[in-house]
Design a protein around this ligand. Sequence first.
Ligand SMILES: [Mg+2]
Ligand SMILES: [Zn+2]
Length: 262
Amino acid sequence: MAGITIVLDFDKTIIDVDSDNWVVDELGATDLFNELLPTMPWNTMMDRMMKELHAQGKTIEDVKEVLRRIPIHPRIVPTIKTAHALGIVSDANLFFIEKIVEHLGIKDYFSEINTNPGYVDEEGRLRISPFVDFHTSPHGCSLCPPNMCKGMIISRIQADLAKKEWKQRIIYLGDGIGDFCPSLKLREADFMMPRKDFPVWGLICENRTLLRAEIHEWIDGEDMEKIVIKLIEKIKIQDLLEVDSFKIETVPIALQPVKVHQ
Ligand SMILES: [Mg+2]
Ligand SMILES: [Zn+2]
């Protein structure tokens, strides 16, 4: 029997937009954002944007209100509810993600959320810091932004899964450039689901031979649901066939048709 762990990116994978851009745009700070963007790393800039918005009188309640309105495809929440072990790997921040998944009623479905720390300080300003402190301990991966290497996180998840009794398989879903590095860490028995026509899909199309995992592209939430369910069933059938072929070696019985329940 295999265990299945589904690892999802957050922005433009679980939700339909980028949460950072959404908050900045909805709070009317797009011009300042565009001005600052070329001058510092994205993650550092989001902390700075929160400082500017706070100075303009935008409260943490204003931020929460904007997060509650974030667009999400109607099939994503049901998909998450049908899946097994789930984790998030995201370059957004913990405050945004927690508020959104709490609001959607799916927080308890995730066994882990790997993202940049975010907390509200005593002045009511959201502080965002890097997942990896790139001044003291840089991750050294040239594919990833300085504050986060998602490949490093996947390697850690793989090491944790290796301690389990059953064989473990990963289904990874993502859309962005940052999802390319983790896709290279996946193994033959794993599945990579890049969002079609998004940056990681382009990178995978150009570098297909570098990936060991089976690749299944998806378009939107409806498509994602269908493919995730199909892959879970496929894994279950492969499991049963493996068990049966083991039986055949020891006891000569015919293969029975296999019924798979979700
Ligand atoms: Mg994304
Ligand atoms: Zn990396």
